[in-house]
Each structure stands twice: as C-alpha cells, then as structure tokens.
Write a protein that binds this ligand. Structure first.
Ligand code: IPE
Ligand code: IPE
Ligand code: MG
Length: 252
C-alpha cells in the first residue's frame, strides 16, 4: 500500500513548517560546491510544496534563509540570493498552476532590490490562489521578530494607543509577522540536527517536532508523508490530560 494511503485526511496538520537543512553537506558528499546543494534543494522545495498542496495542507512555511545566514561567505550569500531571484521568477507559473498563494516573512528589507522585486511580484500574482499558502521565511529569525513585536507594542503604549495591561498572548501574536497564519502543528527539520536555529520560537510552543537524518535535497514526498503519519500517531495534550486535550486555551 502506498504510504499516502496511511494518512488520515481528516486529521491533517493545517500548518507544517520545515527547517530545510543539509544542502551544503549533500553537495560536499558528492564532491561538489555547496551551491550545487542549494540548487538541488530547490527541486525538493517544488516537490514538497506540490505534495503538501495535494494532501490538503493549508499552510506550509519553509525556512529558506536565516538572519544568521548573512554571516556566511560572501560568495555563498550572493549565489543564494541569485538562486532565489531565479527560482521565484521561474516558479510563479507552477504556483499558479497548483493554485498556491506565495507569502514571505522576515526582515525583507534586508534582501537585495532584485530579489525583493521578484518576491513582491510573485506575492501579488499569486494573491488570489486559495489551495495552499506557501510562506517563505527569508532573512528571518525568531528573536528579530519577537524584538520587533516588543518594539511595536512599546511604541503604541508610549503614544497612549495601548494600555500595557491589555498585552496578552493573543495581542502579542498579532504583532508577529506570522499573525495572518495559524501556529504550525508540525515542525520538520532535516539533516539530523536537533535544534531550532532561531525559527518560529513563539509559534511552535505546542507543535510536534519531527527530526530526520535525510539531507534536504534528498527529502521526497514520501518523507513528508512519513512525517505526517508520525504526527498523526502522537497524542497532543496541550498540558491537559487525555480526555480534555482539545487544544490550548488561546487557540480559538
Ligand atoms: C540549508 O542548508 C540551506 C540554508 C541554510 C540556506 P545548509 O546550507 O545549511 O547546508 P548544511 O547544513 O551546511 O549542510
Ligand atoms: C537553519 O539552518 C536555517 C535554514 C534552514 C534556512 P542553518 O544551517 O543555518 O542552521 P545551523 O547553523 O545548523 O544552526
Ligand atoms: Mg545547515
């Protein structure tokens, strides 16, 4: 039986987030430059986006470039930016065909002009699509986002637009770049590393974490199905006990 048939379509996570790690090691193991790994990684992005949309997952967030990744050698950073511009331009047609809406989170102002332009255009072109929302985390880091939210709340309080007494989980979450989307229920990290690398720290408070040794360019739709099947076997208690575990209080 096909792995996909083991998935209960009634119990899909509505939001899956992925730390796509291992491109560099994948290339190095083949005796190639790291950039070759990033290029192959784009193929996995295409396959996983399609597979997620076909399954019926509503939101897929992909960690594509972190704030800390700016600290890599200049050649690698510029190759990644070039690849991003090229990919976004080329993939818009596929996103339209698959009815996928593109969105982005992160400090997008840091991206170079060409990249930002392509991104804005793809976001605009795909804005009416409604099968799945694909969110690219670019120049993203969770601490950056949380500090931005704190700054924005402090500014409102300073201008008497907000009573600090009214700041709660919900209001804080509304000031994060992810405010339009539900929290991820499943977080996948490839490449055998067991860390979060500054990704969605607030939003994954109650996500199920799934780690796989597969390097990102080797991650296929079957690997996604395995992660979803594993997710469906977990008991999510949200701090309660089994019979009451119907979600955290702040999730409406
Ligand atoms: C993930 O792969 C892609 C980005 C961070 C842009 P890496 O480039 O981190 O690959 P490894 O972890 O060095 O193998
Ligand atoms: C996390 O991978 C960032 C992305 C996948 C974009 P890294 O390779 O940058 O993370 P570390 O350095 O292993 O923590
Ligand atoms: Mg890495």
């Amino acid at each position: 039986m096909d792995l996909k048939e083991h998935i209960d379509l009634e119990k899909l996570p509505s939001h899956v987030a992925v730390i796509m790690d291992g491109n560099g090691r994948w290339a190095q193991r083949k005796g190639k430059e790291r950039v070759f790994g990033h290029e192959q990684g784009v193929k996995a992005v295409r396959e996983i986006s399609e597979a997620a949309a076909e399954l019926g997952i509503s939101y897929l967030t992909l960690y594509a470039f972190s704030t800390e990744n700016w600290g890599r050698p200049r050649d690698e950073v510029s190759a990644l930016m070039k690849l991003l511009v090229q990919t976004i331009g080329e993939e818009t047609k596929t996103l339209m065909k698959n009815n996928i809406r593109l969105q982005a989170i992160g400090n997008l102002a840091d991206l170079d002009d060409r990249c930002l332009e392509e991104l804005k255009e793809a976001i605009q072109t795909t804005s009416g699509n409604d099968r799945m929302t694909l969110i690219l985390a670019l120049s993203y880091s969770s601490r950056w986002e949380i500090v931005e939210a704190a700054r924005s709340l402090a500014r409102k309080a300073l201008h008497h637009q907000l009573d600090p007494q009214h700041i709660d989980d919900n209001l804080f979450a509304l000031h994060l770049t992810t405010s339009p989307y539900p929290d991820p229920e499943l977080l996948i990290r490839t490449s055998g590393e067991y860390r979060l690398s500054n990704f969605l720290l607030w939003q994954i408070a109650y996500a199920e974490l799934y780690f796989t040794p597969k390097l990102w360019p080797d991650f296929t739709r079957n690997d996604l199905y395995e992660a979803v099947i594993d997710f469906q076997k977990r008991e999510r208690r949200f701090g309660k006990i089994t019979s009451y575990s119907d979600g955290p209080d702040y999730v409406s």
